[in-house]
Write a protein that binds this ligand. Structure first.
Ligand code: USQ
Length: 395
């Protein structure tokens, strides 16, 4: 089985590549180093340096004897994606240069993933819109023209739904109107421009499913936390990129670093914002289980990819408690919220589907937080206080 991973250098992409490779799949990764370049440009250092994607693929090969083929290229160029389906591809690194063949599965992570980035100003908004929509559209047309049986696993986001005052189902809702019924995508109302591009992705893919019988699983993921996966513990050079800055860091990873450098935890506003969270290891499980039980032809299957919900306040209190047990003096601050979002709201999403296909959740226990702190504290001398909060405003 061949898995093609778009966005294979990212926080989730590289761990996913190793995960499938270890389990015997042929793996090809594509990336244009968007995230690394954006971190350099915006001067938001990562916690530790990470070898390039080609270097990581070589290290992986030396340690496991398994090949991950690498293409460094920009997927907004349609010919790049098409070359991955029609065999014209020239890999940037591979032991065997010949084309692996059509992928049974494409995992699509190749997106600008940050809500604050998308709202820095109109230029970053444009980069987000252009990148995210063009990559998804190019992928759809590549599949339409060369490989309609390939199953796409796209990482969507729970943020597509926003925080409606009604329960959130897994993607679809049946509506009765004037005595007639039909099934529709659940109404979506995102809270950032980035999240809005993910809504547009879903609409593009839904079009491809209806028109060309494509097979798509859209995973509505919540904010992910974590650092080590089963494969990265083999060698620390294989550890995924880790951001703790305001732009690319997600809340749990940020709070952990803040606790360690005596920076009061940056709860935005009143802190009642509730989201669904998951461990990076569960992202891997969810993608794997989706791959094992693919969507059928002409199906857009949607799962809500979260394992438990917390408010920002609850996360801060957890990190404070665990940090204090380890001897850190952890304080909590309530900053004026730079985002425009509900700080107290109803939140009741359904998230059973992934459990039903075999995903076993990991939870954010004190032990898990403590384990993360122990890994992260080794890099204390690299932590920069100036990147923690710059206050990119939504309004
Ligand atoms: N928050 C704080 N303090 C912080 C950082 C965040 O209170 O220092 C709050 C935010 O206001 C927000 C919540 O924590 O209400 C989550 O923020 P986040 O920065 O961890 O996550 P978000 O911007 O929503 O985006 C992240 C990923 C994105 C993914 C999304 C899933 O960057 O790629 O799609 O999580 S979700 O949030 O469910 O839409």
């Amino acid at each position: 089985m061949h898995v093609l991973i778009l966005g294979g250098d990212g926080y989730l992409g590289w761990p996913t590549a190793m995960y499938f490779s270890k389990r015997g799949y042929d793996v090809t990764v594509v990336d244009n180093y968007f995230r690394r370049n954006a971190c350099l440009e915006l001067d938001v250092g990562m916690l530790y340096p990470v070898p390039t994607l080609i270097e990581r693929a070589k290290i992986w090969y030396e340690l496991t004897g398994k090949e991950i083929k690498v293409l460094i290229a920009d997927l907004t160029e349609p010919e790049i994606i098409r070359s991955l389906f029609d065999g014209r591809v020239t890999y940037s690194w591979a032991l065997k240069k010949e084309f692996t063949g059509l992928p049974e599965t494409v995992v699509h992570y190749a997106e600008q993933p940050s809500a604050p980035y998308s709202l820095i100003d109109y230029r970053y908004a444009n980069i987000t819109v252009q990148n995210n929509l063009l990559v998804t559209n190019n992928l759809m047309w590549g599949l339409r023209d060369f490989s309609r049986d390939t199953h796409v696993i796209h990482i969507g986001t729970m943020g597509e739904y926003g925080t409606p005052n009604i329960d959130i189902p897994e993607g679809w809702i049946e509506i009765e109107h004037k005595g007639r019924k039909d099934k529709f995508l659940f109404p979506r109302q995102a809270s950032s421009l980035y999240h809005t591009t993910k809504i547009m992705d879903t609409d593009l893919m839904w079009f491809g499913v209806r028109m060309w019988d494509l097979r798509v699983t859209d995973l509505m993921q919540g904010p992910v936390y974590g650092i080590e996966t089963e494969e990265s513990v083999i060698d620390e050079r294989l550890r995924t990129i880790f951001n703790y800055d305001e732009i690319f860091g997600t809340i749990v990873n940020r709070f952990i670093v803040q606790a360690l450098v005596d920076y009061p935890l940056t709860v935005y506003g009143r802190g009642g914002q509730t989201r669904g969270y998951l461990n990076i290891n569960d992202t891997l499980q969810c993608v794997k289980m989706s791959e094992k039980t693919p969507a059928t032809k002409g199906e857009l299957r949607i799962f809500n990819q979260i394992m438990e919900t917390f408010s920002a306040n609850e996360l801060a209190e957890k990190v404070q408690r665990v940090g204090q047990n380890l001897g850190y003096d952890v304080r909590i601050d309530h900053l004026e919220n730079p985002r425009k979002e509900a700080e107290e709201h109803y939140y009741n999403p359904t998230y059973q589907g992934l459990g039903e296909i075999g995903v076993k959740p990991h939870y954010l226990t004190d032990e898990v937080l403590e384990g993360m702190m122990h890994v992260v504290e080794r890099f204390k001398e690299n932590m920069r206080r100036d990147v923690i909060f710059r206050g990119i405003k939504w309004g």
